[in-house]
Design a protein around this ligand. Sequence first.
Ligand code: PLP
Length: 577
Amino acid sequence: MFVVTDIDTSKLIISGRFFSFKKTTAYYIKSYATDCVKRRMKIVKNLPQVAYFCMEYGLDHSFKIYSGGLGILAGDHLKGAKDNDLPLVGIGLKWKQGYVEQKIDEMGNLYDCYRQYHYDFLEDTGVRVKVRIRQEEVQCKVWKVENFGNAPLYLLDTDLPENNQRWVTGQLYGGFSEDRIAQEIVLGIGGVRALRALGITVDVYHFNEGHAVLAGLELVREKMEAGQSFHQAWENTRKEVVFTTHTPIKAGNEHHNIETLLYMGANLNLTIDEMTQIGGVPFNMTVAALRLSRKTNAVAALHNETANTMWSDIVGKSEIIGITNAIHRGTWVDERMTNEFKNLDELWNNHMEIKKELIDYVEKIKGIKLNLNALLIGFSRRAAAYKRSNLIFRDEKRLETLLERGEVQIIFSGKAHPLDDSGKHIILDLVRMSKKYPQSVVFIENYDMEIGKILTRGCDVWLNNPRRPNEASGTSGMKAAMNGVLNCSILDGWWPEACQHGINGWAIGDEVVLNNELEQDEKDAKALYQVLLEEVVPTYYTEPTKWREMMLASIQSTKTFFSVDRMVLEYYDKLYC
Ligand SMILES: *Cc1c(COP(=O)(O)O)cnc(C)c1O
């Protein structure tokens, strides 16, 4: 049951720079803290049963069925549903090898490897379902996982001796187009069949990202088999499907040739014309999900604007609204930062304890002893070009002295997708900088939830500088903010909704978007140096009280709104009900 305990109106309605922040927050205080939550508590039994589909789940670092942000969001969604007693189950795949491990050898080369994992906490449901891939029958075993404080998660697994195609659930985001389609057949089509076989009655199917869209085709097929026409079946399927879109870059939205989908058997006997009506040519998974759903959400207020512009020309799409992402506090916030602090010293001392644990960790794995009393900046992201991990070195001279003196220390972490050469170059560039400034710049390889957790707790500042507006939401900054780690970020993703510049963190630059990427990078780098050298560094070294007040403001202004409790309730309120 959800109980609002920690809404502090005066702290949340600080006159910040961003009116949208005040407006949304005021709305939530009013509707969620009073009417809505109480209303919901009364009718909790009548809430719809939701089946949540996702390609990956980040529940725990030991359970390697996730890659990054999408999976972390899904894992936190299941935990939020569990904490609030909401009727929701997850559907996913049991990856044999999970996502890539990425290391650096002694010569400084990056290499990818995969391991096989065995888990003893998976419960065999005894349920098996069949799908057809390339005309061939593939058996899927259904496992159940509930070990991480999560709503029930059902995972399909093709790694069975009787299957020829047992590697479908081998490597998360591994392989090429046909491999991906095969995975999506198991997730979407197999997922719906698993729900039927398990006897779970579903009111709402939630596709978290387009990977699950073949579930929509299975729902259409079921209805057509029961005698409905294609258009009736499509119309009725729309009534029970909702969709969350994530990727604000058009090229990042997956599409497939319809011929390939037919060859793989993903169309479930729908004709080329019917497939075209749903997903276009080539068949775009996001477009198909927009047309197969009754409502769609983007994952932050700014992303909502971007997504609406991006898909404005899609005929027959569902309405797109915004529901801002959030995090599961129990997973990501250190207990020492959830206290009611007696005073700012207690807050600071707790932070220093946690920072020391990070510094000890770095010493253990890298043999580098960072300085506890010097400013420590953290940056960990998937190494994709638009995230610009190395932007801070664009005009290296401006930072050189501070790095040489150890007054600014930076820890980087991140992985590049195995096929992303530009991402790998970014990582190698960071490694090169860590060799040049061995006492002040550290690169930690093989980024995962454990590293994410340690970094978002232990640094002083959390840096984020994507090329705007390409970051859908980002959640690592929320983890940092609630741990009293001050965000210094481009106004992208979730940050425009939270940022009060100079009060709970810092904005890098303004909201102006230039047409030329090179000029944008130039402008943003300038703004980054300006805020870093004129505000962040001086505040840290000369205004300790202000710094501590900012840490407190960071925690207070984010812990309610960006908590997954608010998020799951908002999904029920605006998307599921
Ligand atoms: C939190 C987290 C993410 C998501 O963070 P972004 O802000 O989207 O970069 C990705 N990977 C891991 C391991 C995380 O812990």
